[in-house]
Design a protein around this ligand. Structure first.
Ligand code: MV4
Length: 457
């Protein structure tokens, strides 16, 4: 087992990783930017190193600074958390060269799955259900026109290097295709340095359903069931749950099996998430694989009782998964609300000093946060300041539990989206489980023609 892990992240996920390290008896190294000197992830680490100025590009995204910090402190592994360098094949490659273990899949697997066209091909070959679409990138308008005619409109153009909704274009009719193709290519080139795009059939109002998997270095892969993440805005998830109302035990077993087989086919190791779109008939279609631990992993931890971050560390250290698929059980229902420091109506970020911070606990409540009274929320990073996760015997109980936690939370000095979460939790369609990826549009201030939701972020 590792003796010392460097946590290449900040905020709640840095703390979450340190909790796992402590429980496993592993020393921790925090890295921090000049804006985070007084933050909890620095205070709770055994050692800490400043890696640069506030801007992410100069600190949390600075590979040489992070590798140097690991070498200076003698860390034997790096946990990247989510965001920042968590899906950087480059960091994983440099770690390998420096004999520092990267806690995540192999760099070649990150690279394969990071290319959405390659991932699509690999997953199709492995038997994962796909929407009709192009085999690899589409370069000419003629090919795109022919393909779209075969598939049928609407179609969607996606950047090969994209993900998370960046560089996408929905095309409703042949007349729009040429322009959409060129714009998408240009946007992708500007955003990712790779202009390649691919085409697939567009689903109008699907659910977002994802499967959590764990794979060790001995060929064992298990799935930990699904999370439904349909409640999102501009590709930022707001509320996640497990199980999904749209997934039966039988479908979970079948899709979980498909996903675990596909993970084995690409020699996937460590934690991963297979994202799907589900249509109104319950059909699943592959979207992408996330090669990191995700923000919403706690909902899966609550329904399975498995500590995903500890498993990531054990797997990276070469240990075998300590349980088999048949030993994974699903109990009750879990719900997560992301508490962002934003105006609950306009979503304008609200950084500043938190004057009061009190989120009640009680049965079935977990709060993952690095926030506290007197803490400063810097303007440089993501606005998520806490995750409130509840576990109930069923969906109804977790909704009621979440409502009482949100109603009794006191956060002063900054604005949060807690009032928006309460609106969602009181919505009859949400309560009935009638949700899809466009659910939030009705909560938004007057929709504009050029609302950026379907465009590049
Ligand atoms: C789609 C789609 C409909 N049809 N692909 C958005 C993020 C990126 N990973 C893929 N996305 C979508 N791909 C097809 N063929 C709709 C979306 C989409 C979406 C997906 C998941 C969660 C929220 C979303 C919001 C708008 C569009």
């Amino acid at each position: 087992m590792f003796k010392k892990i460097l946590v290449a992240n900040r905020g709640e996920i840095a703390l979450r990783v340190m909790f796992a390290c402590r429980e496993l008896g592993i020393k921790t190294v925090a890295v921090y930017s000049e804006a985070d000197e007084n933050s909890l992830h620095v205070r709770f680490a055994d050692e800490d190193i400043c890696i640069g100025p506030a801007r992410s590009a100069d600190s949390y995204l600075n590979v040489p600074a992070i590798i140097s910090a690991a070498e200076i402190t003698g860390a034997d592994a790096i946990h990247p958390g989510y965001g920042f360098l968590s899906e950087s094949a480059y960091l994983a490659e440099v770690c390998e060269a420096c004999h520092i273990r990267f806690i995540g899949p192999d760099q070649s697997v990150i690279r394969l799955l990071g290319d959405k066209a390659k991932a699509r091909r690999a997953m199709k070959k492995a038997g994962v259900p796909m929407l009709p679409g192009s085999e690899g990138p589409v370069d000419s308008e003629e090919r795109a026109q022919k393909l779209a005619r075969e598939i049928g409109y609407p179609v969607i153009i996606k950047a090969v290097a994209g993900g998370g909704g960046r560089g996408m274009r929905v095309v409703k009719a042949p007349g729009e295709l040429g322009h959409a193709l060129r714009t998408a290519q240009r946007e992708a080139e500007a955003a990712f340095g790779v202009g390649d795009v691919y085409v697939e059939k567009y689903l109008e109002a699907p659910r977002h359903i994802e499967f959590q998997i764990l794979g060790d270095h001995h060929g064992n892969v298990v799935h930990l069931g699904e999370r439904e993440c349909s409640i999102q805005r501009r590709h930022q998830k707001l509320l996640e749950e497990s199980p999904s109302v749209a997934v039966s035990d039988k479908v979970r077993r079948r899709m979980g099996g498909v996903v675990a087989d596909a993970a084995r086919a690409v020699q996937y190791t460590n934690a991963g998430t297979f994202e799907f779109l589900m249509d109104d008939k319950g059909n699943f279609y592959f979207m992408e694989v996330n090669t990191r631990v995700q923000v919403e992993h706690p909902v899966t931890e609550l329904v399975t009782g498995i500590d995903i971050v500890k498993e990531q560390i054990r797997i990276a250290a070469g240990e075998r998964l300590s349980f088999k698929q048949g030993e994974v059980t699903f109990s009750g229902h879990a719900l997560e609300c992301r508490v962002n420091a934003e105006d609950p109506v306009t979503f304008v970020p609200s950084p500043g000093v938190i004057r009061a911070f009190s989120v009640p606990g009680g049965p079935g409540v977990r709060v993952d946060t690095a926030a506290h009274a007197e803490a400063t929320i810097p303007p440089y990073y993501d606005s998520m300041i806490a995750k409130i996760i509840v576990h109930g015997r069923d969906r109804q109980e977790s909704i009621a539990r979440m409502k009482r936690v949100l109603e009794m939370s006191v956060i002063e000095g900054i604005k949060t989206i807690i009032p928006l979460h309460l609106k969602i939790l009181n919505d009859p369609d949400f309560v009935a489980g009638r949700i899809h990826t466009h659910f939030m549009e009705r909560f938004m201030p007057a929709p504009k023609e050029s609302a950026p939701a379907e465009k590049s972020a």
